[in-house]
Design a protein around this ligand. Sequence first.
Ligand code: AMP
Length: 299
Amino acid sequence: MSVLIVGTTALDSIKTPNAENPRLLGGSASHAAVAASFFSPVKLVGGVGEDFPKKYVELYRRHKIDLEGLQTLPGKTFHWSGEYELNMNNRRTLATELGVIETYSPTLPKTYQTAPFVLLGNIAPALQHRVLDQMQRAKFVVADSMDLWLNIALPDLLKLLKRVDGFVLNDSEAHQLTKEDNVFTALKKIHALGPKYVIIKKGSHGSILSGPKGFFICPAYPLHKVVDPTGAGDSFVGGMMGYLATAKGSIDSNIRRAMVYGSVTASFCCEGFGLNTTTKTKRSDIEKRVKELEKLTKF
Ligand code: AMP
């Protein structure tokens, strides 16, 4: 089964204490789509400008991502630049240039409208609504977001939470949304806003799921060196949705393992700038790390 993924298709300029890389392929949808493509067919929804490099379109193609829903629009591609502190956890946004995204309104090709799995990646909630409005019989819909939308589009985001099965956010966003310091109380409060499955990401400390079968604590793969964590959250949720789309059985029986696969896919993302390492990763590399995590967490 395929996963439809909407989000930003961006150019990222990333600065770390050790290096600086301009105009890499990035965006929430790019990271999530490449991650999901290890497991299932992916249909990408996004808008890029005329300056979007052809080599990045080729890269999507190499991952067999369906690009019928990727529109090239007059203007510039969404450009984000950010800088990491020495600890590689704290990040500062230096600039967000919306470009074509400012007026973009996704129109789904017919073949996309029946995709059973839908990932509403990080983008303006109004655009996430617009995609959902065009879907016919989605089986499982998960949304991601960020602090910016909590600040400037909260009413739209709250409406979206009533329409999705799952919501993924990081711990600081969960605090911002619920004003709760305790992660388990925050999970409960977010369920009350609509989603049946809530996942709070805690960066290098893994993530916590709260769902109909209770809690699950998902580990992060222990990395000794992080080169660039940009897109790790998107890779996590993309990998998870890709795994769920091909796994046999119910969401409840697969979601824990799907999170582990997402977590491992995200670990490769952190080992290189942008998508540099993720795109060189093989499915067998992922399987190896999943086995290692299995051993590390067995007791
Ligand atoms: P993450 O590291 O998982 O938070 O995701 C970083 C990615 O989000 C980068 O590739 C950016 O291009 C993208 N991004 C940054 N700001 C925004 C925004 N306002 N809306 C959507 N995507 C964004």
